[in-house]
Ligand binder design. Structure first.
Ligand code: GRF
Length: 208
């Protein structure tokens, strides 16, 4: 059974997609054992509560230094005794010591087809604003392993979504969430939970 912690900062629609997928059997061999947010007002915490998933809040703002936060944050994650950490809209930089300790056991969902529209400053609506500004015809989402860079780890799954006439950043964001994010993040967790994901020479290979 894959023990999973989900880290969130906002509305939690990706968390909800994971919860629903575990409950309806789309994700097998997996238990969400905890949700952690840096934002005490995140609706994602409400979503966890409704499904009986232990949820807690920890924010860098509550600590004198980032190092102190990083240590307590890592301790809290370690207490959950998880096999996989899922970043689902988590807006806090993951401490390098956590990345080292959970090498290739942290995944993230990014709302673009990496390497487009990613890296520092590309998050949430900003990603979709940049895509519309550039005039691309296809966007999408990416699930990738987290390494020391920003959106630079090995890519696990991607799914393309069309840009349509009249799209606003909000409309495009919603379509990418509905048609891509909420599908490939649960799919990636199920593949990992069933031992189908390997990293070979820095690239992901998925067993059929
Ligand atoms: C999503 O757009 C996701 O791609 C990005 O942050 C947002 C989180 O949304 N990483 P939610 O909190 O899952 O609704």
């Amino acid at each position: 059974m894959l023990r999973v912690a989900v880290l969130v900062s906002g509305g939690g629609t990706n968390l909800q997609a994971i919860i629903d997928a575990v409950e309806n059997g789309t994700i097998t061999n997996t238990q969400i054992v905890g949700v952690i947010s840096n934002n005490k007002n995140a609706f994602a915490l409400e979503r966890a509560g409704r499904h009986g998933i232990p949820a807690q809040c920890i924010s860098p703002k509550d600590f004198e230094t980032r190092d102190e936060f990083n240590r307590v944050f890592l301790d809290k994650v370690n207490e959950l005794n998880v096999d996989l950490i899922v970043l689902a809209g988590f807006l806090v930089v993951i401490p390098e010591m956590m990345i080292r300790e959970y090498r290739n056991r942290i995944i993230n969902i990014h709302p673009s087809l990496i390497p487009s529209f990613c890296g520092t400053g590309f998050y949430g609506l900003k990603v979709h604003e940049a895509a519309l500004e550039r005039g691309v015809k296809v966007v999408g989402a990416t699930v990738h392993f987290v390494d020391e860079g920003t959106d630079t780890g090995p890519i696990i799954l991607q799914k393309a979504v069309s840009v349509e006439e009249g799209d606003t950043p909000e409309i495009l964001q919603r379509r990418v969430m509905e048609q891509a994010e909420w599908k490939i993040l649960p799919q990636a967790i199920d593949l990992i939970a069933n031992g189908k994901v390997q990293i070979v020479d820095g690239k992901v290979s998925i067993a059929q």
